[in-house]
Design a protein around this ligand. Sequence first.
Ligand code: AMP
Length: 393
Amino acid sequence: MKSIHDINFSMKTAFVRVDFNVPFDKAGQISDNSRIVAALPTIKHIISKGGACVLASHLGRPTGRSKDLSLSKLVPELEKLLQTKVLFSDDCVGEKTEKECSGLNPGQIILLENLRFYKEETKADEGFAKKLSRLADIYVNDAYGTTHREHASTATMAKFFEYKCPGILLENEIKSLQKLMNNPERPVTSIIGGAKVSSKISVIANMLDVVDNLIIGGGMAYTFIKNNGGSIGDSIFESDRLEDCSKIISLAKEKNVNIFLPDDVVASNEFSNSSLKKTLKINEIPDGWQGLDIGPSSAIKFDKIIKQSKTVLWNGPMGVFEMSSFEKGTLAVAKSVAETTKNGAFSLIGGGDSVAAIKKFNLQNNVSFISTGGGAMLESLEGKTLPGIKALT
Ligand code: AMP
């Protein structure tokens, strides 16, 4: 795979697939611009090397043209962040758009209309991909969040270009994952949390080939505890996943991976921030009570393991961190990860909820790398080759 630094952008136009699928507040203002900010290094690099940029993204899940999901709404924010004029094409393919793109001078930037206004985009339609490819000389993919999707702009169109590469953001994502998956500094600890075993079972199974320690917290821990014969009261639990838990435990033994489950929990008599709370042993939760966070001894146990690690992956919160009564376990793990990073370990945080948690606790600058891809990150950790990355090789 070529690096962006190996490509000569001078007097050339680059099609840059970005992820500008940003959230809006009720007043129609962008409520979080981090996806736009994340793409700036690539855009600035191409411009500084004498190229022009055609920016393309999807926004939401339109079923046809819709004013609400027009990317034109992003132009003022892009202009503010880039401190330069940004042109807009009210389509993403066709004669008019082709003319607008071929007329770009070095240093100019044009944003295309929402790619998903065409159903051909998500269908990975060859003809549509070919039309997109007519807009530029070089293909750059910087949208890690959509690399697990085989769409026209994220995968299919790459084959029509001689020169193609990942953008700076995507290159950093690939490098961080390689640092974890290929020859990581040991010990390697993976902290997996979140609501369900079912959504992360393939990740856990694949990570057993990589890690020395596996910490399991959050809602998914209760299925493991139940499988071990514990009483979990009304805690979240997947009865059809008990066998998977047994398999993971025996596979871990075979591969010499230490599994750590919580010993205690903060349980509540209701799923509410203001309900009664008590700290209980995780395998002695009475009916009518549910575990909503890991308890203090578990946080201390996990801290020791995290601090001994040289490489740490964290995906998924330890409890219902969105409620202040049940955020302490996730906060403790976030602090342990930050501390071990300060002491020289490499830490990689991924998945929407752990990223939201680390931002909530304002520790986002105290870890090595925060991944921008939820589903893409999970599929990478499952060991899958992502279509958007494969298309660049
Ligand atoms: P996931 O998307 O699978 O990573 O799950 C994240 C969600 O799991 C968060 O919204 C948490 O509130 C939720 N969660 C974590 N621990 C628990 C728990 N013990 N009981 C119920 N939900 C939980």
